[in-house]
Design a protein around this ligand. Sequence first.
Ligand code: FAD
Length: 342
Amino acid sequence: MLHNYQNGVWAFAEVQDGIIHDVSLELCGKAKQLAAKTGVKVGAVLLKDKTVSADSLAQKLFRHGADYTVLLEDKALEQYRTQPYAFALIELVKKYQPQIFLFGATPLGRDLAPRVASELRTGLTADCTDLQIEDVSEKDGTVHPNLLLQIRPAFGGNIVATIVNYDQRPQMATVREGVMPLKEYPQNSGELLKESIAFADAKLFSVEVLRREIEKRQLNLKGAKAVVAGGAGVGSKENFALLFTLAETLGGAVGASRAAIDSGYIGSEHQIGQTGTAVRPALYIACGISGAIQHRAGMQESAKIIAVNTDKDAPIFSIAHYGIVGDVKEVVPMLIQAFKER
Ligand SMILES: Cc1cc2nc3c(=O)[nH]c(=O)nc-3n(C[C@H](O)[C@H](O)[C@H](O)COP(=O)(O)OP(=O)(O)OC[C@H]3O[C@@H](n4cnc5c(N)ncnc54)[C@H](O)[C@@H]3O)c2cc1C
């Protein structure tokens, strides 16, 4: 029976306060696509304590592409701590031997995945923006069938690097939030495989969690249906107020380019792009943003893009669905009025 679930493509299901992180669901969808190429199954791995119902979480993972969920419930997993979580995953990997293991590039994923990879003596590519499966030939002609191509920007975003791991397994990667589409397969169902592990080694618990405080996030760039983003061309902190008004009119959030942040117009939590948040809202309004590749990496999947720029040759117009050549200070008040009238 076990062999049915071995050699699969795995996604780590990150859970906080009983909710599965969106990036884990995005990974399940991507894993489904990768697994289809190699004819294997998709496994989601769920570590949790017993206070949350495993069934509803597992159903959600199935609906997003998982064929089975490996569940480990234990009091030791109540609060996230690197060592017990890593220990649990390493034990599960040894048993199920997945060929690929994916994590979200969240703070938790960035902490956990390297620990797991190093203990398993395998490689890990951080912060991937794409993943594919292909046969890869070495210079000496050796062909490695169905390798995971781990794709990410490198050298300051000036090149896109493709990284492969010839020999060690699993092939491991962390993936940026929001870069893979969130896919749903309403008919998909799966199996829940319950596991148990003895957390016998006291050293696993050398870190004690005394108190946990969660900072409330005011800004919800990822969940916003509309994002109004400003760049260096907005010109000042005061002018950014116009963008906030437009975002409020649309019920959306305000984003920014790195140049706007570096100029001190707005806080860094608003940054969109390669080193900021990746978004794909229904509507993205880019105001005074030139459209550098590092910015586009975080917004080009938006359903509709409107660009406002004084330079008719600005690169942002090449990806915009609608372009307005004009000054932000004149155009944005007109947009506010037009949207308010509607
Ligand atoms: C490793 C690395 C990572 C990076 N990561 C990111 C990232 O995550 N996100 C990001 O955004 N950048 C990132 N950058 C920076 C990126 O390369 C660009 O420098 C940046 O995106 C430019 O921001 P901008 O378009 O606001 O500014 P500019 O390129 O200076 O463009 C300003 C635009 O405003 C227009 N303009 C001027 N005045 C007006 C006006 N009154 N009305 C309308 N338009 C006007 C101009 O025509 C121009 O097109 C990164 C760079 C590196 C090297």
